[in-house]
Structures are given as structure tokens and as C-alpha cells.
Design a protein around this ligand. Structure first.
Ligand SMILES: *[C@@H]1O[C@H](CO)[C@@H](O)[C@H](O)[C@H]1NC(C)=O
Ligand SMILES: *[C@@H]1O[C@H](CO)[C@@H](O)[C@H](O)[C@H]1NC(C)=O
Ligand SMILES: *[C@@H]1O[C@H](CO)[C@@H](O)[C@H](O)[C@H]1NC(C)=O
Ligand SMILES: *[C@@H]1O[C@H](CO)[C@@H](O)[C@H](O)[C@H]1NC(C)=O
Ligand SMILES: *[C@@H]1O[C@H](CO)[C@@H](O)[C@H](O)[C@H]1NC(C)=O
Ligand SMILES: *[C@@H]1O[C@H](CO)[C@@H](O)[C@H](O)[C@H]1NC(C)=O
Ligand SMILES: *[C@@H]1O[C@H](CO)[C@@H](O)[C@H](O)[C@H]1NC(C)=O
Ligand SMILES: CC(=O)N[C@H]1CO[C@H](CO)[C@@H](O)[C@@H]1O
Length: 804
């Protein structure tokens, strides 16, 4: 390695014993400053590190081959040092010891021993091993037995039945403080399951029992052809361990500070960690997720809201769905002078172990309430099992209290708020605030919004309720302005026909272009979907989702204004023999990635599961740089619950893209969107419509054609001839396998969008083998004759039916 003269000099002067790049620390050697141990094959490195902007240094082990420094183990979690050059790691009396600036022993392996001969080796699996005597002697101590927040392949998450001790994976306190945090992951050997504990004492989540292959509530583990998980249970011990089949796959499980168990995989090509899955899945279960005075509701969007009289501490964070900062009082008033009242909320008492202790507070609920009213420091009270508790929700200890709007299984808590007496709400100020926050960042839009915005005074014909409109943080556009922008909805301005009505191009003053969707007034049933779409999409912000920029109304007719997509829809390109030449493979791959990211955001990142239900090539729009954006949320459903499932009495969607379980039984889930995504991927690769195929008798759909080629081991025959020159056959294969995995018959077998994104960055060898897709062996069940002849019809969304 290249070292400058001064560095060489420095090394020899201060630390004469440890050679550069060694994997072993021997007696009489020291590790200090920026010296490190490196495992034999260079997988892991040990040395001092500094988390984020913290002034503190810790001895840790990180991935050497991972570009973004990722720490997998920390020695002195609780006792940092401040100067790495005067602190040092050495071996004393057969123990590995960390001495600080003052030569004080601040961390040690703490084995009772006086062994003279000892050494420490950093292995390629990330295990740091202390041995006494020769290199072949058994480990006296190893870091795998003292895990911190990461479960590495080969590590055992163990319960020792003989000593009644266990390995605990515990979260960091914060991103910049590796000290033991509130959450930990351990084995519950009685039920053969994983549990997440809160404050070491309260079980917060469990994985369900091990069934021989995976834990029952983590079906994602079945994507296990990348990993070999095993759960061993014998008379001495009970443990979980896992190995990647391909040892060059870098993956880890971590217990995150927010109480989430994350499974991450490193993608070399994207140089980032992908989240493969996380648990617990329920958003409101994340501890302190909404912060102080924030209320969590799985069914609401956004997930968190502030109690009456409170507002987000940071609106910017709040708008980014980062809620942990919580809420603050809108008006800081004198607590002694202002009148107060209480509002009811709910919380999970089991998290507060101190809760059962008698706090010598009044025994009577009325007294509990009035004494809280009297004390400024008390801003909430609860009265549970005849015990009165006063809370200071702003205090650090209570801040992570999760409040819920209602849950029969939770306890009641009464929050003190100012009684509304003097001074009515200033509605004008509220309205202005609404506009400003609605178009923050889009200055040009703001001006339009202000020009065209009129306060709509209770006009009976509004279909959106008062509440809906309040929730809508986007500008309202006068109908007159829309008429002039579209030249009175002229045919020349018509862009196409969406699910619920025609779409026009509109040009507003200042050359601001927008796509304007006019909801046909005849379709009564459309109203509900329209409202659905407006409320939903107004909240969504992602570069791969179409943005709603405003709305307008005229009597019963409603109008939505979107960002304008000059390149229109994806189907226009891929199914057209001339235009398709403009989409080379690199572009198509980017489009696939973009659609996957947008869909993932809907399914997961937006903190609320949204199922699109009508994903298809014509609903993917392309901006001027060919970035894909998913559009047409008219059928989208917000769902709650673990799997994100629902069912409908009648099916809506588009034949050819509909998952079998949805088309046949009306049951939809995120996995039915995954199915549609798979179809779109196959269409992008092949340049052929899924439903066009059965006409040419080779197979009755693109999916079955692709499956046939896969079985015959010539999958690349599927490739669009337009791609012959630009294709990257590895990437094509990867997308093809992922496409086939997405259209598998059993929704359980289909990957989640999180996995899809991870797989898009993986090696083909690491991908599971697809099983037979839906619609291959089964006869089409639909008797509807209308689509049997006309493949074009199949591209139209079926909108007559209405959701439950
Ligand atoms: C370590 O150093 C001490 C004194 O400097 C010496 O007596 C001892 O033999 C050394 N041990 C090893 C293993 O080199
Ligand atoms: C080690 O630390 C010294 C002092 O901070 C610094 O000058 C030098 O560049 C570092 N060496 C390496 C290899 O990082
Ligand atoms: C070291 O071990 C002894 C006995 O095994 C124990 O009493 C002591 O608390 C331990 N010290 C630390 C810092 O863990
Ligand atoms: C965690 O538990 C300890 C005792 O086990 C208790 O002293 C502490 O207050 C608890 N922390 C919180 C935040 O409840
Ligand atoms: C999976 O791991 C278990 C135990 O570690 C081992 O017995 C088994 O052979 C492994 N299976 C494969 C396919 O590697
Ligand atoms: C359990 O421990 C005992 C004593 O160390 C040993 O003899 C036995 O083989 C162990 N059993 C298993 C299944 O490892
Ligand atoms: C394992 O993965 C690496 C890179 O991820 C790849 O180069 C290698 O071919 C794979 N080996 C096997 C046996 O799949
Ligand atoms: C229930 C509970 O933990 N309440 C605590 C909230 O914070 C105050 C002030 O720190 C404590 O006194 C309460 O015990």
C-alpha cells in the first residue's frame, strides 16, 4: 500500500508493533489512532469509528467492502473515547482491553484469566475471536457471543438452557449513539419465536412460531432461497442462525432505533443497502412514531395527526412523513390563567412498567382530574385500575407514549387542552395557511393558486364535504380559467381517455402546462372514485407518481389538474413498432426501476398501504426525460392490516393485468399489484401486449408464452427485436425472472415490492426459481364475450362496478 514518508515515520514512531492490514492483534501490540485490523479476505475491518457528527469514538467492526460505512459491531457501546491517538486497544492478562486517554480501562472482555499468551483475530465472517495459547486453541471469547444491533450470517441468536442466558440484539440509542437503546431482539425459546422487547421488559412484537422453514408471521422469510435459516432446539440450547447460500451476498438483520427489525441486502451495482423487509409491519406499533401529542391512526393519511390545539413541531418533517418530532401547542398560553378541558385519547399501558407503582395520587377519578387541572406540569391524566397517573407528555420519559384515536384494547388517557372560549378560530388565516403549505416549493403554482383561488362559500353542489376540502391541501382553479387553458376543451387539446373521462392539455398564463382530467358527469358511480382519487393523490409525493397540482369544479362536474407528461404513456412507446426504437434497454431498465419504486412507495413508504388495482402500461406516464410516473388512482384502495388485503363484491380493473385471485374472487392485496407489475415488466421486455398474444395461437397470453420459453430454457427469445443492439442480457434475464416471480399463481409466492427492488440489484443466481404463473394451466373463467375478440377493449379499465 502507498504510504507517505511522514505516515511511515508516524507509524514507526508511535505504534511500532501492528503491521498494516493485519488481521491479528498479539500480546504487546496496540491498536490506536487510525490503525485497523482487516480480516483475511478483506470482508471486515476493526478500528475506531465516529458515528455521524458525534464527537465520540468507539471501537467497532464494519464492512470493508461496503462503500457507505456500515458498522456491524461495537465494543465500548456505553463508554466512548474522545481521542483515538491516545486511546488504545491492547491485550492485558489474557483479556482484550480498551484504555482511554488517561490509561483507564474503560472496556474489557472481562474474563477471569492471567494467560500470558493470547491473541485477537478478526475473521472473515465478522467474528472477533480472543484465544489463549496457540492459533488452534478454542475461542475464549468471541464478539458473536456479544452481539450489538446486528445479526450477521453465522451468528447465533441463542438461548442457553444450561446457564439460562441469551444473546440479545439491541438497538442503538440514536443514529449517533451506539449505547443500548430501548428495543431488543431475542429468542423466546418456549414458543420458538423471535420477540422484540421494549426496555428489556415488555414484549412488543413476536414473529410467530418457527414452522421448520420460517416464522409464521414473517412469510417474507420464505424468499429464503438466498438464505438458509435454521432454528436449532436441543437439550442445551435453542437458537436461530442463517447463512447465505452464496457467501459473497452481503446481508444483515438489524434492530433499528425505531423498534423495527430490518433485513437489509447490499447491492454492489447500486452501492446502497436495500430494505428487503421490516417488522413490525403495523405503522402505529412503531414506538413513539408520532412523537409527543401526536395521535396515530392506521386508517388515516397521514398516519399521524396532532391533538386539538397542537400543531407539528416541524411542518417540513411532518410533510416528509417524519413524525417523531411530535406536536407543540399552537399558542403558548399561561397555564394558570387560561381555561382548560380534557380530550380523550388512547395508549398502550403495557409499555410503561413503572405504571403499576403507586404514585400516591388521589384515588378518586374526579380528584385525579382536578388535581391535574391545577398543576401546570401535568398535561394529561389516566385513571386505570383505580390508580391515578399524572403525565407530562413533554418530559423525555413520557415522550414516546403512543397515542391512538381509538382501540378497544387500549387504555384511556385524558389530555389537557385549552378550552375554546375567547376568540373564534381565524378561518381566513387557516385558509391562507392551507394554500401556502399546499404549494410549498412550487412558487409558480402558488401564484396561480392565489390568482384563481376563491373562497367557496357553502355551495350546495359540492360533492366533497367540508372535511374533505379541508384535507385537500392543493389549489382550487376557477372553471373559467380551465376553459380558457384548454380552449374550451377543444379536440385539439385532447390527450386521451382516462379511466373516468377525457384528459386535455391546458396551458395557463406563464406557459404553465398541465394535464386536465374531466370527470364525465354522467357517471354517478364515478363520483366516489373521483373523491377517492383526489384525496389520495393529493397526499402522495414521489418522483415516480404523477402529481396532482390542483382541482376545479363546475356544478356536478369535477376536474383534476396534473403535471403534464409530454411523452404520454408507456404503452404508446413499447407497443408501437416505430416509437419503440426510442426506448433502448437502458431506458427500459430505468423505467422498470422507476415503476417499482413508485409502487413500493404506494405499498410501503407512504406509511399507509395503497393498492393501485389498475397498474398497466397505459397508466405509466413518461415525462420529458422518460422518467416513468404511475397515474390513474381512481381505483386505488387504502387498506390496513398485516397483509393489506381486501375484497370486493364486484371486480374493477383491467383484464390482462388482473391477478387471478382478484379477477376470480375479487380479493385484492399488494400482491395483486405485484402481479400487474410483473405483466408490465414482461410487456416492456417483449414489446407485446399480454392480451394480444392468445390471438396468434402460440399461447393464450404473453405470460404463458414467457413461461413456455422459460421452461424450454430459451427465455431471451421473448426479447423485443428492437432491443437486439442495446440489450444487457444479464439485466434482461434478471427482469424476466422477476417478472415471472411476480405473476406466480399463489400470491404468497409473489415477492413484495421491497423484495422486487432488492432483486433488481441482485445476481441472477441469487434469485428464486419462478413457479408456474397464473392463467397457464387454467381455462379462462370469465364468460364475458366482449373481450375475446377485441384485444383493444382489454386495455380499457372496467369502471361500472363499484367497490364495497
Ligand atoms: C511482551 O513484552 C514483555 C516486556 O516488554 C516481554 O517480557 C514479553 O516476553 C513480551 N511478550 C511477547 C509475547 O512478546
Ligand atoms: C491517520 O491519521 C492521521 C492523523 O489524523 C492522518 O494524517 C492520516 O492521513 C491518517 N491515515 C490514514 C491512512 O487515514
Ligand atoms: C466482569 O466479570 C465479573 C465476574 O465475572 C463481574 O462481577 C463484573 O461485573 C464484570 N464487569 C463488567 C464491566 O462487565
Ligand atoms: C426501563 O426499565 C427500567 C427498569 O428496568 C426503568 O428504570 C426505566 O424507567 C424504564 N424506562 C422507561 C423509558 O420506561
Ligand atoms: C442449512 O443449514 C443447516 C444447518 O446449518 C444445514 O444442516 C443444511 O445442510 C443447510 N442446507 C443447505 C441446503 O445448505
Ligand atoms: C449438551 O451438553 C452436554 C455436556 O456439555 C454434551 O455432552 C451434549 O452432547 C450436548 N448435547 C448436544 C445436543 O449438543
Ligand atoms: C456468488 O455471488 C457473486 C457476486 O454476488 C457471483 O460473482 C458468484 O458467481 C456467485 N456464486 C455462485 C456460486 O452463485
Ligand atoms: C407513566 C409515566 O412513566 N409517567 C412519567 C412521565 O414523566 C414524569 C416526569 O418525568 C414522571 O414523573 C412520570 O412518572
Amino acid at each position: 500500500m502507498m504510504l507517505t514518508i511522514s505516515q511511515l515515520f508516524f507509524c514507526f514512531l508511535i505504534i511500532p508493533h501492528l503491521s498494516y492490514g493485519a488481521d491479528t492483534l498479539a500480546v504487546n501490540q496496540t491498536l490506536s489512532g487510525n490503525q485497523t485490523l482487516v480480516s483475511l479476505d478483506g470482508n471486515f475491518e476493526l478500528g475506531f469509528f465516529k458515528p455521524g457528527n458525534s464527537p465520540n469514538y468507539y471501537i467497532g467492526i464494519w464492512y470493508k467492502k461496503v462503500k457507505t460505512k456500515t458498522v456491524a459491531w461495537v465494543a465500548n457501546r456505553e463508554t466512548p473515547v474522545f481521542d483515538t491517538f491516545s486511546s488504545r486497544l491492547i491485550i492485558i492478562d489474557g483479556n482484550m482491553v480498551l484504555l482511554d486517554e488517561l490509561n483507564t480501562q474503560i472496556w474489557s472482555t472481562n474474563i477471569s484469566s492471567t494467560a500470558a499468551l493470547a491473541s485477537v483475530v478478526l475473521q472473515d465472517d465478522g467474528n472477533l475471536i480472543l484465544r489463549h495459547g496457540s492459533n488452534s486453541s478454542p475461542p475464549i471469547w468471541q464478539s458473536f457471543d456479544h452481539p450489538t444491533h446486528t445479526l450477521l450470517p453465522g451468528m447465533k441468536l441463542l438461548y442457553n438452557k444450561r446457564t439460562n442466558t441469551k444473546h440479545i440484539i439491541s438497538s442503538w440509542k440514536s443514529a449517533e449513539n451506539p449505547a443500548v437503546g430501548l428495543f431488543s431482539l431475542e429468542i423466546d425459546h418456549d414458543y420458538k419465536q423471535l420477540v422484540i422487547m421494549w426496555n428489556r421488559s415488555v414484549q412488543y412484537w413476536s414473529s410467530g412460531s418457527w414452522d421448520g422453514q420460517f416464522f409464521s408471521w414473517i412469510p417474507e422469510m420464505r424468499l429464503g432461497s438466498i438464505y438458509n435459516f435454521s432454528y436449532i432446539d436441543n437439550e442445551n440450547e435453542s437458537y436461530l442462525t442463517y447463512y447465505p447460500y452464496n457467501s459473497s451476498v452481503i446481508s444483515r438483520f438489524i434492530m433499528d432505533i425505531s423498534g423495527q427489525l430490518w433485513r437489509l441486502a447490499w447491492s454492489e451495482s447500486y452501492e446502497q443497502w436495500f430494505l428487503v423487509w421490516s417488522q413490525p409491519e403495523k405503522n402505529c406499533d412503531v414506538y413513539g412514531g408520532c412523537g409527543a401529542f401526536g395521535v396515530c391512526n392506521e386508517q388515516m393519511f397521514p398516519l399521524c395527526s396532532c391533538l386539538t390545539d397542537f400543531e407539528p413541531r416541524s411542518l417540513t418533517d411532518w410533510n416528509l412523513n417524519s413524525f417523531s418530532g411530535g406536536c407543540v401547542r399552537k399558542n403558548e398560553q399561561n397555564c394558570k390563567i387560561n381555561k382548560h378541558m380534557f380530550v380523550l385519547s388512547y395508549f398502550r399501558a403495557s409499555f410503561f412498567s413503572a405504571f403499576t407503582e403507586n404514585e400516591a395520587l388521589p384515588l378518586d377519578e374526579a380528584e385525579c382530574r382536578s388535581s391535574c387541572l391545577d398543576q401546570c406540569v401535568c398535561n394529561a391524566y389516566s385513571f386505570i385500575s383505580n390508580k391515578c397517573h399524572h403525565w407530562n407528555l413533554e418530559s423525555l420519559d413520557n415522550i414516546s407514549l403512543n397515542l391512538f384515536s381509538y382501540d378497544a384494547n387500549l387504555e384511556r388517557i385524558y389530555i389537557k387542552v385549552f378550552a375554546p372560549d375567547d376568540g373564534k378560530n381565524n378561518t381566513k388565516a387557516l385558509l391562507v395557511a392551507g394554500i401556502v403549505s399546499g404549494c410549498s416549493g412550487l412558487v409558480f403554482l402558488c401564484s396561480i393558486g392565489v390568482i384563481f383561488y376563491r373562497r367557496m362559500k357553502s355551495r350546495g353542489q359540492w360533492v366533497l364535504s367540508e372535511e374533505d376540502r379541508k384535507a385537500l391541501d392543493i389549489p382550487f382553479f376557477e372553471f373559467k380559467a380551465i376553459v380558457s387553458a384548454t380552449h374550451n376543451f377543444s379536440l385539439a387539446n385532447k390527450l386521451g381517455q382516462g379511466g373516468f373521462g377525457p384528459v386535455y392539455k391546458g396551458t395557463f398564463p406563464g406557459e404553465v402546462e398541465m394535464a386536465i382530467k374531466r370527470l364525465s358527469s354522467q357517471s354517478r358511480q364515478g363520483l366516489k372514485e373521483f373523491k377517492n382519487e383526489v384525496l389520495l393523490i393529493a397526499k402522495l409525493q414521489h418522483r415516480n407518481l404523477i402529481r396532482l397540482l390542483g382541482y376545479g369544479m363546475k356544478n356536478q362536474e369535477m376536474i383534476l389538474l396534473y403535471e403534464y407528461m409530454p411523452n404520454k404513456s408507456l404503452d404508446r412507446f413499447i407497443f408501437d413498432r416505430t416509437l419503440c426504437m426510442r426506448l433502448d434497454w437502458a431506458l427500459r431498465f430505468d423505467i422498470i426501476m422507476g415503476i417499482a419504486r413508485g409502487l413500493l412507495y404506494l405499498h410501503q413508504d407512504s406509511r399507509l398501504r395503497i393498492i393501485h388495482r389498475d397498474l398497466k402500461a397505459s397508466n405509466v406516464l413518461l415525462d420529458k426525460d422518460m422518467n416513468p410516473k404511475i397515474s390513474d388512482f381512481g381505483l386505488a384502495k387504502i387498506v390496513k392490516g398485516k397483509e393489506g388485503e381486501g375484497s370486493l363484491t364486484r371486480v374493477v380493473g383491467t383484464y390482462g393485468y388482473m391477478a387471478p385471485e382478484y379477477a376470480l374472487n375479487g380479493s385484492f392485496s399488494v400482491k395483486s399489484d405485484v402481479f400487474s407489475f410483473g405483466v408490465v415488466v414482461l410487456e416492456i421486455i417483449s414489446g407485446t401486449r399480454n392480451t394480444g398474444y392468445y390471438r396468434n395461437k402460440e399461447a393464450f397470453s404473453l405470460v404463458s408464452y414467457a413461461w413456455g420459453l422459460w421452461k424450454e430454457r430459451k427465455p431471451l427469445n421473448l426479447l423485443d427485436t428492437a432491443l437486439a443492439k442495446s440489450c444487457n442480457s444479464i439485466e434482461v434475464m434478471r427482469c424476466l425472472i422477476i417478472g415471472l416471480l411476480c405473476v406466480q399463481e399463489d400470491p404468497q409466492d409473489r415477492p413484495t415490492m421491497t423484495s422486487v427492488l432488492a432483486m433488481l440489484g441482485m445476481d441472477i443466481e441469487s434469485l428464486p426459481d419462478p413457479k408456474e404463473p397464473a392463467f397457464v394451466s387454467k381455462k379462462r373463467v370469465h364468460s364475458s364475450a366482449s373481450y375475446a375478440n377485441e384485444s383493444e377493449i382489454n386495455q380499457l379499465t372496467i369502471t361500472q362496478a363499484e367497490g364495497r
